[in-house]
Design a binder for this molecule. Structure first.
Ligand SMILES: Cc1ncc(COP(=O)(O)O)c(C=O)c1O
Length: 397
C-alpha cells in the first residue's frame, strides 16, 4: 500500500509537455497478463531478439577485468571516436574526424542533446509523423513548436517534398529525418535526399538524421544527407550500437557533427552523464573492428521474417501491408477491418494475446495502422498470424 504523502509534488511546468514511448506501457500490460497465466506473443518492443555477439561480450568482460571501470572523457574514448569516424567515413562516403564524434549512452541522448542545444522556445522543428515518439516529446519539452510532416503510404512512407517546402518557415531551426524509418520501414533514397537538400537550400537549418537502423536495409544501400553537398556542417548524424549489434541494454550510441557543436554536446554530457561507461566503449571498438558476420546474419534473418510476416498479414481480411525496406517493423494498413488502431491493438492484446502497437503511438497520422516488431522467432510470428486471423474472423465490425 502506498504511504500518504505529506507534501504535494509540484512538478516544473515543462514536465506536462513531456511525452513517452507507448511500447513500454504495452510491454507492462502484456507482462501483467502473462502473470495471470495468459500466453502473449511479444511484437511490441523494438529490440533485436538476438544476443550481443560473443566477441563483443568477451571484449566487455575483458575490459572490466582490465580496470576500464573509471570515468572517461565526456565525448568518448579516443579509440572509439576514431573507430566511429572511420566507420562513418567509409559507410557514408564523407570524411569524418574523431573530434566530430560524440559517444553517448544510446542513440536517444543525441536526440535530446541536439534539441536542447539548438532549439529555443518558439523555434520550429519539422519531424516525421508517424515517427519515433521521442522527437515530438523532446521538441515540446524544450518549448519548441513541433511541426509534423506526414509520411504517406502511397509515397512508400517517404517525405512529400511539396509539403516539406510548404512547412519550412523563417522559424524552422531543425528538421528531423529518420531512415530506415521507425515505424514504417520506409527508406529515403539518394534521390529523396537530393530533393530534400534542394528544398532546404542554403538556409541555416540543421538536420538531425536518425540513422540508428542504417545496417538494417533489405533493398539497395543506405544513404545519408550528411553526404549531400554543403550538408556536412548542418547535419547531426545519429547512429549507435543498439540495433546493429543487439546491444540495446549496453546503452551506447553516437552523434557525428561539426566540431564546434560536438564540444557543446560534450558539455551536455558533462552536465548529465559525465561519460558513457568505459568498458562498454572498449566493447564498442571490438564491435566495429571485429568480424561483421553476426550483423549480416541478423539482417538476413529479419528479411526472411519480414517476407513471411508481410505475406501472412496480407492474407488477413481488412489488412493490407507494404513491404518495409529497412528496420525490423511491419506497418500494415488496417482500415479495412473497420477498427480504429488503438482499439484494435488493445483488443488483439487482451483477447488474442498479441502485443503490438497502435499506429497512433507514433503520432496522429499513424491512425489506420498497427506496428508489429518482427524481433521474434519465425515460429512465434507464424502463431501470431494465425491468432490475428482467427480473431479478425470472429470480430467483424
Ligand atoms: C528511430 C529511433 N531512434 C532512436 C532510437 C533509440 O535507440 P537507443 O536504444 O540506442 O537509445 C530508437 C529506438 O527504438 C529508434 O527507433
Amino acid at each position: 500500500m502506498s504511504r500518504a504523502l505529506q507534501f504535494e509534488l509540484r512538478l516544473a511546468e515543462r514536465m506536462s509537455r513531456l511525452g513517452t514511448e507507448t511500447a513500454f506501457e504495452v510491454l507492462n500490460r502484456a507482462r501483467a497478463l502473462e502473470r495471470q497465466g495468459k500466453d502473449i506473443i511479444h511484437l511490441e518492443i523494438g529490440e533485436p531478439d538476438f544476443d550481443t555477439p560473443q566477441n563483443i561480450v568477451n571484449s566487455g568482460i575483458d575490459a572490466l577485468r582490465a580496470g576500464w571501470t573509471h570515468y572517461g572523457p565526456a565525448a568518448g574514448l579516443p579509440d572509439l571516436r576514431q573507430a566511429i569516424a572511420e566507420e562513418v567515413s567509409r559507410s557514408r562516403g564523407v570524411e569524418v574526424n574523431p573530434e566530430e564524434v560524440v559517444v553517448v549512452p544510446g542513440g536517444k541522448p543525441i536526440i535530446f542533446f541536439s534539441i536542447l542545444a539548438l532549439v529555443d522556445e518558439g523555434d520550429e522543428v519539422i519531424y516525421p509523423n508517424p515517427g519515433f515518439p521521442i522527437y515530438e516529446s523532446m521538441i515540446r519539452y524544450v518549448g519548441g513548436r513541433a511541426v509534423p510532416i506526414r509520411l504517406r503510404e502511397e509515397k512508400d512512407f517517404s517525405l512529400d517534398l511539396d509539403e516539406l517546402a510548404h512547412l519550412i518557415s523563417d522559424r524552422t531551426r531543425l528538421i528531423i529525418l529518420n531512415s530506415p524509418h521507425n515505424p514504417t520501414g520506409g527508406v529515403l533514397s539518394k534521390r529523396d535526399l537530393d530533393q530534400i537538400a534542394e528544398a532546404i537550400g542554403d538556409r541555416n537549418i540543421f538536420v538531425l538524421s536518425d540513422e540508428i537502423y542504417s545496417r538494417l536495409i533489405f533493398e539497395g544501400k543506405h544513404h545519408s544527407i550528411i553526404a549531400e553537398p554543403s550538408f556536412k556542417d548542418r547535419t547531426i548524424l545519429l547512429d549507435g550500437f543498439s540495433k546493429s549489434y543487439a546491444m540495446t541494454g549496453w546503452r551506447m550510441g553516437y552523434g557525428v557533427m561539426r566540431p564546434d557543436l560536438a564540444v557543446q554536446i560534450a558539455r551536455l554530457m558533462t552536465n548529465s552523464n559525465s561519460c558513457t561507461a568505459s568498458f562498454t566503449q572498449v566493447a564498442g571498438v571490438e564491435a566495429l573492428h571485429g568480424g561483421q558476420s553476426s550483423v549480416e546474419h541478423m539482417r538476413e534473418e529479419f528479411q526472411r521474417r519480414r517476407d513471411a510476416f508481410v505475406a501472412g498479414l496480407n492474407q488477413i481480411k481488412g489488412f493490407s501491408c507494404r513491404m518495409p525496406k529497412g528496420a525490423f517493423y511491419v506497418f500494415p494498413n488496417v482500415t479495412g477491418t473497420g477498427w480504429k488502431s488503438k482499439a484494435l491493438a488493445e483488443a488483439l492484446l487482451e483477447e488474442a494475446g498479441i502485443a503490438c502497437l497502435s499506429g497512433t503511438s507514433f503520432g496522429e497520422f499513424g491512425e489506420g495502422y498497427l506496428r508489429f516488431s518482427i524481433a521474434n522467432s519465425m515460429e512465434n510470428l507464424d502463431r501470431a498470424l494465425e491468432k490475428i486471423k482467427q480473431w479478425v474472423i470472429n470480430n467483424p465490425v
